[in-house]
Design a protein around this ligand. Structure first.
Ligand SMILES: [Zn+2]
Length: 99
């Protein structure tokens, strides 16, 4: 069971949430070609490590937010609101502390 830290409600069980997609995927303008639309719809980075996911708290505040999650271990490294400054990924934070 994952515990997701909603930025508004605090940490709750994963069952209250819905995973949507990798975070920060920008919808292209309607005038772009099929190749770019296809990329937007189907291509994801599929990172092996820390990534930013888009989640919503469906059984709580119903708001969307981003979660820092390790794609292999499912470790949760934090969460932040849409529109907030991007926090560093945990591996980046470790590097910054070590330098
Ligand atoms: Zn919430």
């Amino acid at each position: 069971m994952l515990y997701i830290p909603c930025p508004w409600c605090g940490e709750r069980e994963e069952l209250e949430f819905h995973y949507h997609d990798e975070g920060h995927i920008v919808r292209p303008d309607v005038s772009v070609g099929d190749g770019e639309w296809s990329s937007y719809l189907y291509e994801r980075e599929n990172v092996e490590g820390w990534q930013r996911d888009l989640w919503s708290h469906d059984a709580g505040c119903r708001r969307y937010f981003y979660v820092l999650r390790h794609s292999v271990t499912d470790e949760i490294g934090g969460a932040y609101k849409v529109g907030e400054k991007l926090p560093p990924l945990p591996v980046e934070a470790e590097r910054e502390m070590g330098s």
